[in-house]
Design a protein around this ligand. Structure first.
Ligand code: ADP
Length: 332
């Protein structure tokens, strides 16, 4: 999001064989479906026929589209305990224009009507004991919406509690709706058709991130009957987060103690001493996204170890005989 907002996320829209590419992306979830005992239905037409039927070619930023697909599929598996997850790709007409629709439907826990209008707001989460994991940041769907908009499209949702949810993103075909300077037209007529493309990676690998997170769900999977059905809303917008940090009055100790030459993060100050590079930080947080994020930011300047909770942290300290200089821990 910060890259999108700072205008630093330069999308590159390439002519793409969307059916072939989508099939490659969603296939990554087959083993997850198997381990959860869910039926995974991939309803994607033959890519040659799909291409023939399109009135105009589809232009995608492969990296951004990958994030859309992985976010929606990953959510479907996170909130579905039995039944199926179905992915579909088809064409439709919106405002008299041809669009391609990528749809993910699940037979999961569903979302009650009062939450639907806020679902695409940043940091909006519905704390549910019915999810496979309580990890989350509430930015996944907001990001998907932003990325669909970047393709001239949008996202829609239909959902019913205890029945399931259907998320649809649609994008117009052709490139009239895209900023022309970011549209790449291959002179050779070559079309991009998969994740094997030798393209520059704009962000971290989504595949590793999403599949890695789901491994924890498999380990931690509780029994469905034990789950109490309880939903609370947590709406932590940026202002609230900033206010809470300010109220802790931590700004001076943080900038004094964390010193770095890193220009990658706005959180680190410019000062640096050589001794910092041998300092060891132990990150303790149960949220995989947060651990990965902090570790990526800090590892350029410090040695970093990660633990999922206090017990894990103590185990690592004892087993690896390490002496962290700083323990960075999320507390609730
Ligand atoms: P996160 O998963 O990090 O909480 P998201 O933006 O991806 O954030 O989702 C926001 C909220 O929408 C989630 O907290 C969850 O309650 C709900 N949600 C998203 N996808 C589904 C789904 N397929 N089924 C049920 N609820 C969902």
């Amino acid at each position: 999001f910060s890259r999108v907002e700072a205008g630093r996320l330069e999308a590159r829209y390439c002519e793409t064989n969307i059916a072939k590419h989508t099939l490659e992306l969603v296939s990554n979830f087959e083993s997850m479906a198997k381990s959860f005992g869910l039926n995974f239905i991939i309803d994607i037409p033959n890519h040659q026929e799909f291409e023939r039927k399109l009135k105009q070619k589809v232009f995608l930023d492969l990296d951004l589209y990958e994030k859309i697909v992985f976010n929606l599929c990953s959510n479907a598996f996170k909130y579905t305990w039995r039944g199926s997850v179905t992915v579909r790709l088809y064409t439709d007409i919106k405002e008299l224009k041809e669009v391609v629709v990528f749809e993910v439907e699940d037979t999961g826990v569903g979302i009650s009507p009062e939450h639907l209008s806020n679902l695409f707001q940043r940091f909006y989460r519905i704390e549910s004991h019915q999810a496979r994991s309580h990890e989350g940041t509430g930015i996944g769907l907001a990001l998907v919406k932003e990325l669909a908009t970047r393709h001239g499209g949008d996202i829609e949702v239909e959902s019913h509690v205890d029945v399931g949810s259907k998320f649809k993103i649609w994008m117009p075909t052709g490139y009239d709706h895209l900023p022309l300077k970011n549209v790449i037209i291959e002179s050779s007529g070559d079309m991009h058709d998969g994740i094997g493309d030798n393209r520059e990676k704009h962000l971290y690998s989504s595949l590793d991130l999403y599949l890695d997170e789901s491994k924890h769900w498999i380990q931690d999977e509780p029994k469905f009957n034990d789950i109490s059905i309880q939903q609370n809303i947590t709406l932590a917008d940026e202002q609230t987060a900033i206010k809470s940090l300010q109220s802790l009055n931590l700004s001076s100790p943080i900038t004094d103690s964390i010193t770095s030459t890193s220009r990658t993060s706005p959180f680190l100050s410019e000062k640096c001493t050589d001794s910092d590079k041998s300092a060891l930080i132990l990150i303790v947080d149960d949220n995989t996204d947060m651990r990965n994020y902090l570790s990526n930011v800090l590892k350029t300047e410090f040695k970093v170890q990660c633990a999922t909770d206090g017990r894990d942290a103590l185990g690592i300290i004892q087993n690896k005989k390490i002496h962290p200089d700083l323990v960075l821990s999320g507390m609730y």
